[in-house]
Design a protein around this ligand. Structure first.
Ligand code: NAD
Ligand code: LMR
Length: 339
């Protein structure tokens, strides 16, 4: 009975979160920064994903313990911990999906861009490792500032001759998760049925939720839409302030990261019609990277979807975000060429 309960609890967690059913395919997932605030619960959630056959947990320290702990969970994947730079290659070798939550988080009063100085270097060296050891992996970039770390990754991969824009993703799923939660509250809708696309980038006003396209539709006032938009844009700051110096979103981010990695795995495994929002190389606007809905498939991004019809309020938001997003992208690109 106990094992049946355990099986059904895991199955219901996964199905209610949209995880695909188990598949015989071998899929290796590496998490870089796995001993951190996001890394640990994300490791747990990826251990629950039946598509994963090998789970490799890498950090500068602490991963043997996290891996030993997670490895006792009676799900399919084999778990290994890797600590320190000399083990990065072994952690990455043969990975299908690499998730990167490595780097420092914000404290109250900081912007995500204030993390650039430290995180840019971390992301650069990890991406050099990916280029060397698993150049065909789908890369899920969580480390902030995402608006710059994704362009950094792209430049590193270009320099190393392995860049394929279909395989590089900035994880913006937490913005979608928040938009869904906040919208469901206001629209009095069942949150499990709610969908809201979020476009642009992942910082302040560059996060642009499209509540006009939210489903199920609701008759919200302009004031309510403005407030929902602002709350979604400031969602990260809301958590940073509530944690009062103890970091930023970790649990909701682990959930969002697991949803996005699950979508990547489903795409790789040939599940049709897998669509998530992500910050990717894009021609949707004049900016080289932009978050919008993307269709995932066997090669990563199969199609970058357009943004659909925008209201005047959303059009204004789009024009307002472009200068900041452009400069964050350029900052990432320059960092690689100047260092
Ligand atoms: P944390 O400090 O708790 O954990 C970060 C981990 O990264 C630590 O375990 C640290 O040892 C590790 N690390 C540092 N340098 C490393 C390296 N060179 N190689 C491997 N690992 C390394 O921080 P956290 O709360 O987990 O946040 C991590 C990052 O995720 C931050 O940059 C944060 O801003 C970002 N974040 C992004 C989103 C998003 O929506 N994309 C959401 C929340 C947080
Ligand atoms: C978030 O949106 O929660 C993350 O980007 C972390 C942060 O610094 O806000």
């Amino acid at each position: 009975l106990r094992s049946a309960l355990r099986r059904s609890a895991a199955a219901s967690l996964m199905s209610s979160r949209g995880f695909a059913s188990a598949s015989g395919q071998q899929r290796k997932v590496a998490i870089l920064g796995a001993a951190g605030g996001i890394g640990q619960p994300l490791s747990l959630l990826m251990k629950l994903n039946p598509m994963v056959s090998h789970l490799c947990l890498y950090d500068i320290a602490g991963t043997p313990g996290v891996a030993a702990d997670v490895s006792h969970i009676n799900t399919r994947s084999e778990v290994n911990g890797y600590a320190g730079e000399d083990q990065l290659g072994a952690a990455l070798e043969g990975s299908d999906v690499v998730i990167i939550p490595a780097g420092v988080p914000r404290k109250p009063g900081m912007t995500r861009d204030d993390l650039f100085k430290i995180n840019a270097g971390i992301v650069k060296s990890l991406c050099e490792g990916i280029a060397k050891y698993c150049p065909n992996a789908l890369v899920n970039m969580i480390s902030n500032p995402v608006n710059s770390t994704v362009p950094i990754a792209a430049e590193i991969f270009k320099i190393k001759g392995v860049y394929d824009p279909r395989r590089l993703f900035g994880v913006t799923t937490l913005d979608v998760v928040r938009a869904k939660t906040f919208y469901a509250g206001k629209a009095n809708a069942n949150v499990a049925d709610v969908n809201v696309p979020v476009i642009g980038g992942h910082a302040g006003i560059t996060i642009l939720p499209l509540f006009s396209q939210a489903t199920p539709s609701a008759n919200l006032s302009a004031e309510e839409i403005t407030a929902l938009t602002k709350r979604t844009q400031d969602g990260g700051t809301e958590v940073v302030e509530a944690k009062a110096g103890k970091g930023s979103a970790t649990l909701s981010m682990a959930y969002a990261g697991a949803i996005f990695a699950d979508a990547c795995l489903k795409g790789l495994n040939g599940v049709p019609d897998v669509v998530e929002c992500s910050f990717v190389q894009s021609t949707v606007t004049e900016l080289p990277f932009f978050a919008s809905k993307v269709r995932l498939g066997k090669n990563g991004v199969e199609e970058v979807l357009g943004m659909g019809h925008l209201t005047d309020f959303e059009k204004q938001g789009l024009e307002a975000l472009k200068p900041e997003l452009k400069s964050s992208i350029e900052k990432g690109i320059s960092f690689v060429h100047d260092n």
